[in-house]
Design a protein around this ligand. Structure first.
Ligand code: ATP
Ligand code: ZN
Length: 283
């Protein structure tokens, strides 16, 4: 069977997390910054290291079978690819931002203004949807300095913490799209046996990230209360302790409401709570 190719960013914000994800899937490859392509020694896959902007088209055209890239880039390039898996990293928002001194409240007030961006396609669709007649100034980078230089009234750019906006005297005004890294594939590739295998591995790594393995000690009399607080994969394992009347409970807890759960368990009588990261969860 033909060796699959997956395209990931060569360097930049998505490179490290993409490499980490593939390594956590058990793939063994060299991550030399100088090479364009790297073979995987223990899976029929090759990794292409590319600029993120090129990834969607390479996947659409079948030069790569799979790719990992930000949803913002996929939408901006308007390609036809299959969304195989949201990956939960590279989270950011494409926002319209305005100078701090600007006093506008409604998006409709952007009519007649100029907005600098490297995302003319996404911004154009957004403005059309909202019926706003603003001028889009497409530039190739350093969008955030454009109002200060008098090149535009506002900007539309990717924001994660908002620090860059702040240091350029800008404030976020409205959200155009939210984005994260996505695994994409050329149409139909999701049925390929090795793609299904890889996706299963990816999902098991993502599930493990969302949960923690917890072991706690509790008196048998309080066990019922504690079990009600623990969903577990199926149900928690309960192991007797050497000390009469006490048991150890092994379970997994979702990361999102982790501290609430732990505090409730302590109130229910849990002691010696030990929390461990999980590598993979395979159903
Ligand atoms: P390349 O050299 O590959 O073209 P780039 O400079 O265009 O890289 P990066 O800045 O590395 O791109 O960003 C890659 C992706 O990371 C973005 O397209 C976006 O999906 C995501 N991202 C997450 N947070 C941010 C942020 N604060 N600013 C920009 N991109 C972000
Ligand atoms: Zn880029």
């Amino acid at each position: 069977m033909k060796t699959l190719k997956i395209a990931i960013q060569k360097s930049g914000r998505l490179n490290e997390k993409s490499v980490e994800l593939l390594k956590n899937c058990g793939l063994d490859f060299d991550n030399y910054k100088s090479s364009l392509i790297s073979g995987v020694s223990n899976f029929p896959l090759e990794i292409l290291f590319l600029r993120d902007d090129d990834i969607p088209e390479y996947v659409q055209d079948g030069i790569a079978d799979l790719g990992i890239v930000g949803e913002n880039v996929i939408q901006e390039t308007e390609v036809e690819v299959a969304y195989l898996q949201r990956l939960g990293f590279g989270k950011c928002s494409l926002k319209i931002a305005i100078p701090n001194s600007y006093d506008i409240e409604d998006v409709s007030e952007l009519s007649g203004k100029s907005i600098a961006t490297t995302y003319p396609v996404i911004l154009g669709k957004y403005l059309k949807e909202k019926n706003i007649n603003a001028e889009i100034r497409t530039i190739s980078g350093s969008v955030e300095i454009s109002p200060g230089l008098g090149l535009s009234d506002a900007i539309c750019d990717l924001v994660s913490t908002g620090g860059t906006l702040k240091s350029n005297g800008l404030k976020p005004f409205c959200n155009v799209m939210s984005s994260e890294a996505i695994m994409i594939g050329k149409a139909g590739i999701e049925n390929h046996e090795h793609v299904q295998e890889l996706l299963q591995r990816v999902q098991s790594v993502l599930r493990a990230k969302e949960t923690k393995y917890v072991v706690l000690n509790i008196h048998k009399d309080d066990l019922g209360k504690a079990i009600e607080l623990l969903p577990g994969v199926k149900s928690p394992s309960v192991v007797p302790l050497a000390e009469e009347g006490w048991v150890a409970v092994h379970t997994v807890i979702p990361e999102n409401d982790f501290w609430d759960r732990i505090n409730q368990l302590r109130q229910a009588g849990a002691q010696g709570i030990t929390v461990m990261p999980i590598e993979k969860i395979i159903f």
